[in-house]
Design a protein. Sequence first.
Lengths: 524, 452
Amino acid sequence: MPKHDAIVIGGGHNGLVCAAYLARAGRKVLVLERRERIGGAAVTEEVFPGFRFSVFSYVVSLLRPEIIRELELPRHGLHILPLESTLTPLPGGDYLAQWNDHDQNRRELARHSLRDAEAYDEFGLMLHQMARAVKPLLAMAPPDPASLSLRELGGLGRLGRYFRSLSKAHFNRLMKLLTMSSADFLDEWFETEALKATKSASGIIGTLAGPRSPGTAYVLLHHYMGELDGVFRAWGFARGGNGSVSAAIAAAARAAGAEIRCSAPVQNVVLRRGSARGVVLENGEEIEAKLVVSGADPRRTFLQLVGEKHLPAEFIESIRRFRFRGASAKVNLALGELPDLTCLPGRGPHLRGAISISPSVAYLERAYDDAKYGEPSREPYMDIVIPSLLDPQMAPPGKHVMSIFVQYAPYQVNGGWTDARRETLGETVVNTLSQYAPNLKKAILYRQVLTPADIERTVGLTEGNIFQGELTLQQMFFLRPVPAWAKYRTPLAGLYQCGAGTHPGGGVMGASGRNAALQILGRA
Amino acid sequence: MNRAIIIGGGVDALVAAQVLTRAGREVMVIESESAEPDDGWVPPWVLRELRIDDLHLEWPDPWLVIPLPDGGRLELWRDMARSAESIRRLSPRDAEHWPAFCERMARLARFLEAVYAAAPPDPLSPGFALRARRLGRQGLADLLRLLPMPVADLLDDWFETDALKGALGAAGILHLLQGPRSGGTAFRLLHHHISCPPGVFRPPRSNIRGLLRRLPRVELQGTEVLHILVRAGAVAGVVLKDGRELAAPVVVSSADPRRNLLELVEPGWLDPELARALRHVRRRGVAARLRLELDRSPGFSALALAPSLDYLERAYDDAKHGRLSRQPYVEVRCDERHRVEAVVQYTPYGVDCRDLSEKVIALLAEHWGDAQPQQAELSAPHELEKFEGWPEGQPHHAELALDQALWMRPLPELAHYRTPIEGLWLCGPAMHPGAGIAGASGLNCAHAILGR
């Protein structure tokens, strides 16, 4: 008899969530993490002495409230510090700020456009309704639309009934939102360029598409989902960086009896008579288990860990067609002093929020134009936070850490990613940002640049795609990652998937891990 | 009174007029002068209903010639095997994939064709779900995946030849302000594939309008409607340009819905929410039309300058930022009398197209040998708006994008041809299925009026 009921490959947040749920149900679970630390892309590392960074993912908001509740994450050390604002500096020296505080926000928007200030509340309400409409789908294992089994038909029937239970107006709006471009969608509401650009930027994050490409409006909604529960949880930092999200989930898993091993890279999944029966580590050690759950992305799972010869040709064909195309990079800066913004000089509350370099939709499109043809954006979109202002333990006293999400930096860059290319990207980011904060260059003590190739190499996300596969309509729900295999199962008995490459996809959300565990436990 | 007034002389309007006439209504068609030579494909169910059996379809063969950078030509024929031969010279692998690709696309097009034969489906109805399931596992997966996809991704899945991908990708972006890498463009390739035999991805032309005009019992007037009269929330008739008032309890309009409901109808009858939604119906014209005559045969009947997906995408990049494409996508048809009609994309609405004509002729001259062009006339989108009544130069009246298709065409509230104003009905290219499927929305609209 195998010692373990289940092996979870990969100690990213979804793997840990899955392990925690399985362990709480009394299963003996072993998590195997390739790196020396858990967390996957949700890690905190002291990259430079005294400076601690959320190296990859850097904010929390999408983490499902039911997971926080059921795994009692606050008891295991999770503490979220809210981000209060988003500031968009503009080239002419002006800025647009969006505040969580309603009245402050309205005053600021009215400065740019009275009409937009009027529309903002209604827009917020509408997105809120849409997010509510989508929310039940996040916790659902997508039924197989082509199956004739009663169980699947039942699932489809429930899905149909659910959509029919929405008001017609809501359903239609949701359908439009799924099929529109974020730029067109926002054009229907607002006229201020910087507002439209900053909002539509949520629609392109992680995807090699411009804000005018249909399908991006849904990604915008996906990123809005976090503002749903609680009074205004919005976007925030985990105290101690995003590694502490992983640490809290791991603590919950361990408390329930799960075992977590780091520096244990899996070589391949062991198959006996067509079912997964365990794994072999790179050092040759074989570990048996009744079932194997992979938190790695679909390409890695099926083409590397399993091997295509063990899978049906059609399935492999679909896996090959599942698209990744990482589009974003990360730059982490250790700063000797705070950036001094031309548009809002000095140390103000605006620095405690996000800073978005997205002056216009055309700016974002131009950034995308470069990437389409295999070049990093000459003037990239950036989403910037300074966590050390909210959480002093991230940097030495008086000093700061700055996290910069950069888009577009295409994985398929002309000539491939080299050290020189990486440094050029770093220069581009710093130069672009210096236009808005002239003291930045002299404030930089250290700089870390992570290209999509670096992200792939370090945390194993194929092509550096932060969602484990593009989050586009053709790769969502029924189709994520492959038609007929969207229910966390695979063509091999005993092999399951729990990563963001499954429904509902990426962001530090945890829903894939939870849904997979509930499927395995037969409780979905 | 059982009079019905039809606004517009397009195929949809004429089909609606015929159906209503045959149902015993007294029909009046009001149209301003416009003389387009021919129109697109007409679905067989429309022909059946009107008992038209002498439709002439103009279908060039090869249906497309694509000049190659090295001076050669890729020729796509109605005969799949012959196309494969031509493709094989560029890529044996693509030639091998061609029949399977054509077969799978044809299957999906047949499904869409069936959907287009009636008023837009209710996506949540069991009937629609059952019909979709009849596609089988692979067909259903193909459909769900294909609809929201960029046409570039679809073609990259199947082929490696730039010229082939350019030629097919162009069908995904024709008359749309999107590039082949934009989501939803694969759906358009499928849309324009409807009616075609497997392996043909350009719709034919037909003489349908001429045939419809010859049918009896329809009154035509060379005038224009100034207003649609509304009394107590119901249509009362129309006011013509010359000041005459015609009373009618039913008015069917094939003008674009935005103009129709926001300009022809007195403001105030519409719910402000609906008016706002209408103002956001996208209908951006992106193509100019070039017509000329050649003194001899150019050696092709259909030719496309779309050498690669990147070429098309770059052409779109210019348009996206409000400029004329420096290297436009050009698609040309030439008839037996050497009359040439070319679509030149992208030419955003309102952008100066003065030197474009010479430029395009220079591009094309490389491909038509010694033939000499005469009487070249280029119409920019704003001219097409003025002379053809295409809003912003957009021949589909409402861009055919996924969020403006099927039960959302042009808006969910208007998709069933009915408006909130009693007795006022909509047909035309902006209504489901519209956009090049000539006559179908007119038929569906007339059926809705007659309660069929």
